[in-house]
Design a protein around this ligand. Structure first.
Ligand code: FAD
Ligand code: N01
Length: 536
């Protein structure tokens, strides 16, 4: 660490300039607090700054996946498509930064390496890789749930002589695959979005699949001016319905169990969902889909039947069909032309469970039974999700205790927003909150508003410290585990469970109790004087 001058003195330091960090800064300015955002990238947008792979797109509709805090902003911004593509979402983030003049309190290309709580001073000392040091009363981690790329644990990756790319760190200038032989490792959302686009250019694409995934068609289309005007005319009530909803998108909740209706009726419902496009038609059709394996299997089998219908080679269709986890227990995907790309003669699928990758060589990939030669390798291997970005920072609370050690057996939080032993530290969409199980814009706004209201409360009451009690944290962790265990989620080896990262504790990290009920709970806790917290 280079010599640092006296640390910059602030009320709040915010780590991350994605949608969470941007809105946090906006709210703190409203409170008249001094704040600085530290961001590793060279611009705002977070996820949408880093994930520039071809086909990158939101699978929550644009009119839902946008800020609601400014009626003027939501009226003036025009979306062009039902599901916005990455460049459009990034333009939106940049527009927000300009419109609210956020950049003047942001520092880019700077990574926070440590955040230590100084008990005597009751302040956080935050240090960065550029030698910048900040002393702040409060620290807000807006570091993202999916911001630390996970590379494949395969020998020889660094020996590969061709070009390598990770979907979560895509070059800003784009990549031309024309005429090239491309290997893609992974079949999660990033792979499923990018493979058809890569295949449109490449001379040959070989996909290495470890786990077959469920994907539903997006049926993306341009968004008409009339549609937007119609929703904008009733945006306030629509946003309120989103806040009160289960996943952060207003939609009618299912009223019946899949197992209580006939096979014909189920197929009709699933077909309507499939034809409408998007996530919810299949995953949210019935009450028991997330709770009963038998009910879930009816939806899962419907997707498999669609794969058999689309993919002409029955053996490839079989390999693409997921059997090892219930539908929705790994994040389901939404695609444009994914399954049908396997009908192209230049696209191959390798099942690496049957024939594991043994190593990457200078010229390609070797499996237990074949050698493949490539010009380019694309790693669509995901993220160290939910805890990765927090554990990458040396965060120390009372008595120098490390957050990483506290979380050695899995994350422990109160409400997914705070941690006992770490006073005045907040997380936006942290583990133990609905976060990744929801339209994240709604969850981000809820957390940011709860945190800024809390800081406003401390300020107006002459208080300087807030910290959850061990008892409140333990009870919340128990509740999160209990509702998670009542669902099918723990049955999958998903990143929700930490199962994608070798050595990571197997714990279901998000809160599955629903966006609306969770919001109500948080609001009640604040209204009752911050139950479960000690304020000093
Ligand atoms: P991020 O956008 O991840 O921003 C966090 C920022 O913190 C990053 O810019 C990072 O560089 C910075 N940072 C982290 N650690 C440090 C550090 N130590 N020092 C400095 N800076 C740091 N959600 C949905 O609801 N719907 C979708 O359709 C959807 N699609 C997605 C598609 C992709 C490809 C991915 C990866 C995620 C998607 N998500 C989606 C989830 C998405 O992450 C959230 O919707 C949202 O963008 C998160 O915003 P954030 O600000 O909380 O985090
Ligand atoms: O990552 P993933 P992602 N050898 O973890 C495989 C959001 N998102 O970037 O399943 C071989 O889902 C791994 O295999 P397995 C969304 O929340 C949204 O695609 O672990 N394979 C898997 O197939 C999403 O869930 C959109 O067996 C290896 C893949 O790599 C989250 O971000 C778009 C391997 C990783 O899939 C993450 O998505 C993109 C290895 N060593 C992202 N290691 C939208 O559409 C990993 N894999 C909105």
């Amino acid at each position: 660490m280079p010599d640092t001058p006296r640390p910059e003195q602030l009320d709040v330091v915010i780590v991350g300039a994605g949608f969470s960090g941007m809105y946090m800064l906006y709210r703190l300015r409203e409170l008249g607090m001094s704040a600085r955002v530290i961001e590793a990238g060279s611009g705002v947008g977070g996820t949408w700054y880093w994930n520039r792979y071809p086909g990158a797109r939101c699978d929550v509709e644009s009119m839902d996946y946008s800020y609601s805090f400014s009626p003027e902003l939501e009226q003036e911004w025009e979306w062009t498509e039902r599901y916005p593509a990455q460049p459009e979402i990034l333009r939106y983030a940049e527009h927000v930064a300009d419109r609210f003049d956020l950049r003047r309190d942001m520092v880019f290309e700077t990574r926070v390496s440590s955040a230590h709580y100084d008990e005597a001073a009751d302040r956080w000392l935050v240090r960065t890789d550029t030698g910048h040091a900040i002393s702040a009363r409060f620290c807000v981690m807006a570091t993202g749930c999916l911001s630390v790329p996970k590379w494949p644990e395969v020998d020889g990756v660094e020996e590969f002589a061709g070009r390598t790319f990770h979907t979560g760190r895509w070059p800003h200038e784009g990549v031309d695959f024309t005429g090239r032989r491309v290997g893609v490792i992974g079949t999660g959302s990033s792979a499923i979005q990018s493979i058809p686009q890569i295949a449109a250019q490449a001379s040959a694409v070989t996909v290495f699949q470890r786990t077959a995934n469920f994907s539903m068609p997006a049926h993306n289309r341009p968004l008409s001016k009339e549609e937007q005007a119609d929703l904008k005319a009733r945006y306030r009530e629509y946003r309120q319905a989103a806040r009160e909803s289960f996943v952060g998108v207003p939609r009618p909740l299912p009223t019946r169990n899949a197992l209580d209706v006939s096979h014909e009726e189920r197929v009709q419902t699933y077909s309507a969902g499939w034809d409408y496009g998007g996530l919810f038609g299949l995953t949210g059709a019935y009450l028991d889909t997330r709770l009963s394996e038998e009910a879930n299997e009816t939806a899962a089998e419907f997707v498999r039947s669609k794969i058999r219908e689309i993919v002409s080679d029955p053996e490839v269709a079989r390999r693409l069909s997921p059997y090892d986890h219930p539908l929705g227990t790994k994040r389901p995907c939404v695609d444009t032309g994914y399954y049908k790309i396997y009908n192209e003669p230049h696209v191959d699928l390798v099942d690496v469970r049957a024939t594991p990758i043994t190593k990457v060589t200078p010229t390609g990939v070797q499996t237990s039974d074949a050698t493949y030669e490539f010009d380019d390798l694309v790693f669509a291997t995901g993220f160290d999700a939910m805890t990765g970005a927090l554990n990458a920072i040396d965060i120390r609370g009372r008595d120098g205790a490390a957050l990483k050690e506290k979380w050695a057996e899995g994350p422990r939080t109160y409400l997914g927003v705070s941690v006992a032993g770490f006073p005045n530290l907040f997380m936006i969409t942290g583990p133990g909150s609905p976060s990744v199980l929801s339209n994240m814009m709604v969850s981000i706004e809820q957390h940011v508003e709860w945190v800024s209201d809390c800081l406003g409360h401390l300020k107006s009451n002459g208080l300087s410290t807030i910290e959850p009690t061990d008892e409140a944290e333990n009870a919340w962790v128990e509740h999160v585990n209990e509702v998670g265990a009542a669902t099918l989620y723990p049955k999958a080896n998903s990143w929700y469970m930490g199962a994608n990262v070798p050595g990571k504790p197997r714990v279901f990290m998000p809160y599955v109790g629903g966006v609306g009920p969770y919001r109500e709970h948080c609001t009640r806790i604040a209204a009752e004087g911050y139950t479960g917290f000690v304020l000093a």
